[in-house]
Design a protein around this ligand. Structure first.
Ligand code: ADP
Length: 412
């Protein structure tokens, strides 16, 4: 049967010139006719496919399955796409396979149902798809590699940043330490220079007193004037005491500067401790000066460093005496309040001006009214640092011409 003849001229044109392959198959699976495109797809000559079984266009391994499906389609024919969800392959005459896409339709011719298959060769598309898939895979690999590289670089960068930060920190620390030790050295040098100038100035008076008293004693000895001898022996004693106290101040300061002054705590019985100090200090008071003790503490013992506490009290009492006229009274008061023991040293001396009060604890500072009173301006600076070593505080109240009261407080 010349199938194209059964179409009108227009359909025949479409059938011949469609860019898709068209194959018509009868109920037995025999190809009635194939258009030129289909023949070309499968590598057959014109009309060579007519009368050939459709399964011949499939690779051997699919043929059985296809026959079953073909029967199914004939039993219930309706337009549909073939091979949804899987790749279809066609078999060329030369035995090579190629990917195809097929849509099925049907029509009745007399009492036979004819199946019409529209076939597209999707080799190119598959190649594209394959290439796309390949590039996608490559892209994924590349992206992963890139990510990896970025991660490695970021890590390396982080490491260098951390290293850099550490280096900067260390350098800063070293610079600060160098600066500190330079500052310390400068301070020590200043201290040494000051010491030399103070020593040459402060030592001169007591030393010349000692010298003159010694030669006077020699003269009084010849005359057996024992009262005068006693007087000069006392002068020598007080000059030597003064020299010793200056040297002690320098030694204490040196130790404090070098951080060698350590605290050795023990139990101190407060009343006995203060009585001892007062007794000792009595000998070096000015003429007619009196010491009074007012013990008002409910706490009788404290754990602290007796050597340091003693130095503090000596210093404060010695100042109270030095900066008061003869015949004045110095009061030492001890009281306990708010977990602290407070020691007050009160005098009726020359007092300290408001302006001088601001600088009182500075090293080498001496108030404007200190006049001829011997001193180095170190005592209160040392006292303050000692008090801090005992975790205590120091304060004072003073009025020019009326007197001063110095208070130290240490934890009880
Ligand atoms: P200094 O060796 O001069 O006595 P300090 O450091 O002990 O040194 O005291 C510093 C200055 O504070 C003194 O020079 C003095 O002017 C003043 N000062 C200290 N204590 C008293 C006081 N009880 N009364 C008056 N002035 C005082």
């Amino acid at each position: 049967m010349d199938i194209p003849a059964m179409f009108s001229k227009a359909y025949r044109e479409i059938f011949q010139n469609m860019s898709e392959g068209i194959i018509m198959v009868d109920e037995r699976g025999t190809i009635a006719v194939a258009n030129p495109v289909a023949e070309q797809f499968f590598g057959y000559e014109q009309n060579e496919l007519n009368g050939v079984g459709i399964e011949k266009l499939l690779p051997e391994r699919f043929r059985n399955g296809h026959t079953t499906m073909r029967f199914g389609f004939h039993a219930n024919p309706r337009p549909r796409r073939m091979g949804v969800g899987r790749d279809l392959l066609g078999l060329r005459k030369d035995g090579s396979e190629f990917p195809i896409e097929i849509s099925l339709s049907h029509f009745n011719m007399g009492d036979t149902v004819m199946v019409m298959a529209f076939i597209s060769d999707i080799s190119q598309r598959k190649i594209f798809e394959q290439a796309l898939k390949h590039s996608e895979e490559q892209l994924i690999v590349y992206a992963a590699e890139l990510e990896n590289k970025v991660q490695v670089r970021t890590e390396a960068l982080n490491q260098s940043v951390i290293k850099l930060e550490t280096e900067v920190k260390e350098r800063k620390k070293a610079e600060e330490e160098a600066k500190k030790s330079l500052e310390k050295e400068r301070e020590l040098n200043e201290l040494k220079t000051k010491f030399v100038s103070i020593a040459s100035h402060e030592f001169r008076t007591p030393l010349s007193t000692v010298l003159s008293s010694v030669s006077l004693i020699q003269q009084y000895k010849d005359r057996s004037d024992f009262d005068k001898i006693d007087k000069h022996v006392n002068r020598i004693k007080s000059s030597v005491n003064h020299l010793t106290s200056i040297l002690n101040d320098f030694l204490s300061l040196g130790k404090l500067e070098e951080g060698r002054e350590d605290v050795q705590n023990e139990t101190i019985r407060l009343r006995e401790f203060l009585e001892e100090i007062i007794e000792e200090v009595n000998a070096s008071l000015k003429e007619g000066q009196k010491m009074k003790m007012d013990f008002a503490s409910e706490v009788s013992e404290v754990i602290s460093d007796p050597r340091i506490l003693r130095n503090i009290m000596f210093n404060l009492i010695s100042n109270a005496s030095k900066y008061s006229e003869p015949h004045k009274t110095i009061t030492v008061r001890c009281e306990s309040k708010n977990s602290f023991i407070h020691f007050h040293v009160q005098d009726e001396g020359i007092g300290i001006s408001m302006e001088d009060q601001k600088h009182l604890f500075e090293r080498f500072y001496r108030a404007s009214n200190a006049g001829n009173v011997q001193g180095t301006g170190l005592g209160l600076n040392i006292v303050k640092r000692y008090v801090e070593l005992l975790r205590g505080t120091i304060s004072f109240h003073s009025e020019r011409g009326k007197g001063s009261i110095f208070t130290i407080s240490i934890p009880s």
